[in-house]
Design a protein around this ligand. Structure first.
Ligand SMILES: *[C@@H]1O[C@H](CO)[C@@H](O)[C@H](O)[C@H]1NC(C)=O
Ligand SMILES: *[C@@H]1O[C@H](CO)[C@@H](O)[C@H](O)[C@H]1NC(C)=O
Length: 407
């Protein structure tokens, strides 16, 4: 999840700067593209896709983030501060730089001052976890295998990030950058739709066993069984939100006043605001007071328990915990269920920990963030055309296999 500040900075980049307009992709009727997802909640803490970018195309692993708009890749421009990623850094060419006069540069800087006659479109993005990336916008070809087997190569704008700050010490990062899936104009689904490649609809299915799939376009959206809520605005930013919800522990209301909820795949865990976190924690603790689970300091997470013997799987513990439910009050009342396996982590030492954390401690104020842990084995669809968000329980492993080979 990003703080999304885009600021003009003086650059150290040793490129000759030439204005490069985004080449429009020939207009095609909308189709869909599917990408396999890799990674997991624990221990990796990230879900990512492999994208082939550039000419000739090279693979990059990108962290899928519904909580921010701008995609970026670690970049040899040259790099001031990059981590060793899974692939060599992206190498920008002079003709891939995005002009300051480009509407996407303007969109990125909306709200802030920037010079339309500047040489290059700089960005500086800050995330809630205090990580950041600074660089320059480029536009290059992304390879997408469409559902009808045609390979599309739209030219999409993204950041060439040559100065990163990492929230965690990660000498060997799992990814080369971020895939921005937010609601803004510069996000990948917005750009794909703008160029007529796919509709401005995308979805993800993160598997509890690791992996899953991401899709652009509406071909894979189930025509029935989905629960839909209207997309809602959240004061604190451009996030995907199904609106305000009331919180239930089993069938019992936790009496929390309506909470703002956002869905954010860029967050490994979920976060509750102070009121909901407190209510949730005391409900869990009061239920467990009669059970053979002892609170225990596991270094993995802030709140953990030890059993009579170490747990082998979440199946061993989930009967001690009730499901949570968010009841959205916008439009029709709809439920988003969070069963124990979507808020508990089994650590490598066989203890069990809460994967819903104190958002106030993380600096999120009263925003309630539904992160990867609570999105596992749910297909979530973000329909930016009909302005609605949908979800349905699904086995996300091994689905959409026929379409998941990389172009
Ligand atoms: C596949 O779909 C794209 C976009 O709709 C279209 O341009 C292309 O011609 C189609 N290819 C085939 C083989 O039908
Ligand atoms: C959550 O964090 C805030 C800020 O650190 C703290 O004041 C509050 O007591 C915490 N809530 C609980 C229930 O631990």
């Amino acid at each position: 999840m990003a703080g999304r500040t885009a600021a003009r900075r003086d650059l150290l980049i040793s490129l000759l700067i030439v204005a490069a307009a985004v080449v429009g992709f020939p207009s095609v009727s909308a189709s869909s593209a599917v990408f396999p997802i890799y990674g997991n909640v624990y221990p990796h803490g990230v879900y990512y896709v492999a994208m082939n970018i550039g000419n000739p195309p090279k693979p990059y692993f990108l962290d899928i983030d519904t909580g921010s708009d701008l995609s970026w890749i670690q970049c040899d421009a040259p790099c001031v501060r990059c981590s060793k990623g899974p692939h060599p850094w992206y190498e920008p060419k002079r003709n891939t730089l995005l002009a300051c006069s480009d509407h996407l540069c303007a969109a990125l800087h909306s709200g802030g001052a920037y010079d339309q006659k500047c040489d290059q479109c700089d960005y500086d993005i800050h995330y809630e976890d205090r990580g950041s990336s600074l660089g320059v916008l480029v536009a290059d070809a992304f390879a997408l295998r469409l559902t009808n087997t045609t390979v599309a190569r739209p030219i999409l704008a993204f950041g060439c990030g040559y100065n990163q700050q990492f929230a965690r010490q990660n000498p060997q990062a799992a990814t080369d950058g971020v895939l921005g899936l937010g609601t803004g104009k510069v996000s990948v689904p917005s750009q794909l739709s703008n160029q007529g490649v796919t509709k401005n609809v995308f979805g993800h299915c993160l598997s509890e066993k690791g992996g899953g799939f991401l899709f652009f376009g509406s071909d894979l959206v189930p025509s029935s069984r989905m629960t839909w809520a209207p997309m809602s605005q959240v004061a604190s930013g451009n996030y995907y939100s199904p609106g305000m919800a009331n919180l239930y522990w089993g069938t019992q209301s936790l009496g929390v006043k309506q909470m703002d909820v956002v869905l954010d795949t860029g967050s490994t865990f979920s976060y509750f605001g102070s009121q909901s976190y407190k209510a949730f924690l005391s409900a869990v603790k009061s239920d467990l007071s009669k059970k053979p689970l002892k609170e225990f300091n596991d270094p993995a997470l802030p709140v953990c328990w030890k059993g009579p013997k170490s747990f082998k799987s979440l199946t061993d513990v989930k009967n001690y915990f009730k499901p949570l439910a968010l009841s959205f009050v916008n439009g029709k009342r709809v439920l988003f269920e969070i069963p124990p396996e979507n808020y508990l982590i089994l650590t490598k030492d066989g203890n069990v920990c809460l994967g819903i954390l104190n958002g106030t401690e993380a600096g999120l104020d009263n925003l309630n963030v539904i992160g990867d842990i609570s999105l596992q084995d749910v297909m979530v669809v973000y329909d930016n055309e009909k302005h609605q968000i949908g979800w349905v329980r699904a086995a996300c492993k091994g689905q959409a296999k026929s379409q998941t080979s990389l172009p």
